[in-house]
Design a protein around this ligand. Structure first.
Ligand SMILES: N[C@@H](CCC(=O)N[C@@H](CS)C(=O)NCC(=O)O)C(=O)O
Length: 246
């Protein structure tokens, strides 16, 4: 008998609906959905919902499960036959759900519900060996908390790298503040090094990453750089790369 690992309000509802609709007998393995500190940590064989077990076949991915169930147990119901002209549109909408419709929703969920959580990363202690943050740390409302959190999730000996374009020494980025919609920190290299040290990091260092890309012939002004010279000077000053070791 088929076994479906199921939790309400997850994508496993899709497969439950399909099995009910086709009248396929199945065992419902109810598993509690819990926010986990690490990915793939739900109590199912794949660490996510849904998972379907059909004898030796154990599979995840709701769209793939749907196609499999229809092929193996559907007896031609609910889907156009393989190779038929209607099959193309059917497959298009099956894959549209996860391939196109969900990714922007996922981004909204992560950036909406979990926003401002750099000081509370949903991840186990000592989980990563390295971390790279590009152009984001100066947005963190609680910078001290964010650095402490990065320290917590790194293994001993692990390294964190922070690349920052908006910092005190590069005066050509300062006008950006009025175009960035949220509060930002304008800190110096010394400020950052001090906060990293107080978050528990030992070996901290810094260097500049200069951008030697020539400006295009058809360069035009923007709110970020009003003159060509300003952008050239910004690039020559470079981004600040901070490295810290746990
Ligand atoms: N693309 C996969 C997504 C699977 C997935 O992310 N499922 C969610 C529930 S809807 C889940 O298990 N999340 C729990 C977690 O990531 O810890 C599918 O369509 O099956």
């Amino acid at each position: 008998m088929l076994k479906l690992y199921f939790a309400p309000r997850t994508r496993s509802v899709r497969i439950r609906w399909l099995l009910e609709e086709l009248g396929i007998p199945h065992e419902l393995e109810r598993v509690e959905f819990r926010p986990q500190p690490t990915p793939f940590a739900q109590a199912t064989p794949f660490g996510k919902f849904p998972v379907l077990v059909d004898g030796d076949v154990v599979m995840a991915e709701s769209g793939a499960i749907l196609e499999y169930v229809l092929e193996v147990h559907g007896n031609g119901r609910l889907a156009p036959a393989v190779g038929s002209p209607q099959r193309g549109e059917f497959l298009q909408w099956v894959h549209f759900a996860e391939g196109t419709a969900f990714p922007p929703l996922g981004v909204l969920i992560w950036h909406g519900i979990y926003r401002a959580d750099a000081a509370r990363i949903p991840c186990a202690e000592s989980f990563f060996t390295s971390l790279l943050s590009v152009e984001s740390i100066y947005y963190c409302p609680n910078l001290e908390g964010a650095f402490e959190e990065v320290h917590r999730i790194l293994r001993s000996g692990g390294k964190a790298h922070f690349l920052i374009n908006y910092y005190k020494e590069n005066i050509y980025a300062h006008p950006w503040a009025k175009y960035i919609d949220i509060p930002v920190h304008l800190l110096s290299t010394e400020d950052y090094l001090r906060i990293l040290a107080s978050a528990g990091f030992s070996a901290t260092s810094h260097r500049r990453i200069v951008d030697s890309t020539p400006l295009p012939e058809d360069w035009t002004p923007s709110p970020w750089f009003r003159t060509r010279q300003e952008q050239a000077k910004f690039q020559a000053e470079g981004a600040l790369l901070l490295t810290a070791e746990k």
